[in-house]
Design a protein around this ligand. Structure first.
Ligand code: AMP
Ligand code: MG
Length: 390
């Protein structure tokens, strides 16, 4: 049990979902027997899978007991898309268990057939392999739409957001270093190599041919990295899954730093999503109180990083410099009705900072909250309706 609690605490990477009772205390979490240990190969985020690995070895399917009775909400912890997946589901035990399995199947499928740049089976892998080819690469309609949305966001964010920065993110490989080292062996890439990688990137050099048979044309060397939006897109798909069924009244599903709240609790109380303090990740700076459907994503410089001689090299890269973004922001949380916006904007806003970030979020009808390096909290007016500092 003690071991379990240790694992559960570590699993809370950035946002902590409080969904079991109004006092904000979570219920007991256990892992589905035998399923939790399989960390996804080709994970886009080894740092997070390393954390998830701490939860390995939990036995038995989980149950939430009060006075010896099993009670809703039903909760599940597992790993997919290189991150920890936590589900809180209100429904019968049977429907919740079946739904949670569906969630895991969908996420695993999305990673392996669409989003992973590491897995040969994925569409992104095929696209990357076709970079520089005269005929480009055929695209699914969903991928064409997603890439169009990424290009639009890139333009609106003045290039601060750019999913073509695969050459740069692979050069730094922060995920790997954050997962395996305390920084001793890490050496930042040389300036020439960074310049070379930056020269291969740039959404504006990406060409999408739309229509019945969409195609993409990428210059040689360019590589997609959808790490900044993958989990957000997954949230929107999970939302569709929830909307198709009738037996689950409410659910909160967190994929690392992206969280979906959906439906309601039987007692009518609101969802409570804690925003972790970037200066002390074991505590919250405040709570969002939310009703019904919301997507909340967070980006921060403390999520995946390696530190050498007091310099923190983190995973959010500035496409202009090809280096970890230098920002006075420590963390950004974005609240939106759709996962693409929440996830994409949180990454973009980290680089843009409060002024430009807030204007960008407004274009998407999203609310945003910044935690600055001096501890100041800056948020959009709309966010004030939901956020309460602790
Ligand atoms: P997030 O945690 O959602 O902010 O996403 C960070 C991930 O997105 C990184 O691990 C990279 O894979 C990718 N990424 C980093 N910087 C950028 C950027 N400026 N634009 C788009 N994707 C990025
Ligand atoms: Mg993001």
């Amino acid at each position: 049990m003690k071991r379990y609690f240790k694992a559960a605490r570590v699993l809370v990477l950035w946002l902590t979902v409080f969904s079991c009772c109004s006092c904000g205390v979570e219920g007991t979490w256990k892992l589905p027997g035998g399923e939790n240990g399989s960390l996804s190969e080709g994970s886009s985020n080894p740092a997070e899978t390393k954390e998830a690995g701490l939860a390995e070895g939990q036995e038995g399917s989980w149950e939430n007991r009060e006075n010896g009775e099993k009670t809703a909400p039903w909760q599940y912890v597992d790993t997919a898309m290189g991150t920890v997946i936590r589900q809180t589901i209100y429904g019968t035990e049977e429907t919740a268990a079946a739904f949670s399995a569906e969630v895991m199947a969908l996420l695993t499928e999305m990673e392996s057939s669409e989003l992973s740049w590491r897995l040969e089976s994925s569409e992104v892998y095929r696209i990357n392999a076709a970079a520089g080819k005269k005929d480009g690469c055929a695209l699914s309609e969903e991928m064409a739409q997603l890439l169009q949305s990424c290009m639009d966001l890139s333009e609106k964010a003045e290039g601060a957001f750019d999913v073509t920065l695969g050459p740069v993110s692979r050069l730094w490989n922060i995920d790997k270093w954050a997962a395996v080292t305390d920084g001793e062996d890490f050496k930042p890439p040389l300036p020439d190599a960074i310049r070379e990688a930056v020269s291969l990137c740039g959404s504006s050099r990406l060409r999408l041919e739309k229509g019945v048979s969409p195609r993409i044309f990428m210059p040689e060397g360019m590589q997609l990295d959808l790490g900044a939006v993958g989990k957000g897109i997954a949230l929107s798909r999970l939302c569709e899954l929830l909307e198709k069924q009738t037996e689950i009244a409410g659910a909160v599903i967190s994929l690392g730093g992206s969280i979906l709240t959906w439906g309601s609790k039987p007692d009518g109380s609101v969802w409570k999503v804690g925003i972790v303090n970037p200066f002390d990740t074991a505590s919250n700076i405040g709570i969002l109180s939310l009703e019904g459907k919301w997507c909340i994503s967070t980006s921060g410089d403390y999520e995946r990083y390696v530190e050498v001689n007091g310099v923190r090299y983190h995973h959010i890269l500035d496409p202009l410099t090809g280096c970890p973004a230098v920002s006075s922001v420590r963390g950004v949380s974005v609240l939106s009705q759709d996962g693409f916006s929440s996830d994409g904007l949180s990454t973009a806003c980290f680089i843009l900072g409060p002024e430009k970030g807030m204007a960008l979020a407004a274009e998407y009808g999203a609310e945003v909250l910044f935690v600055m390096d001096d501890g100041e909290i800056i948020m959009s007016d709309g966010m004030k309706r939901y956020f309460k500092a602790t």
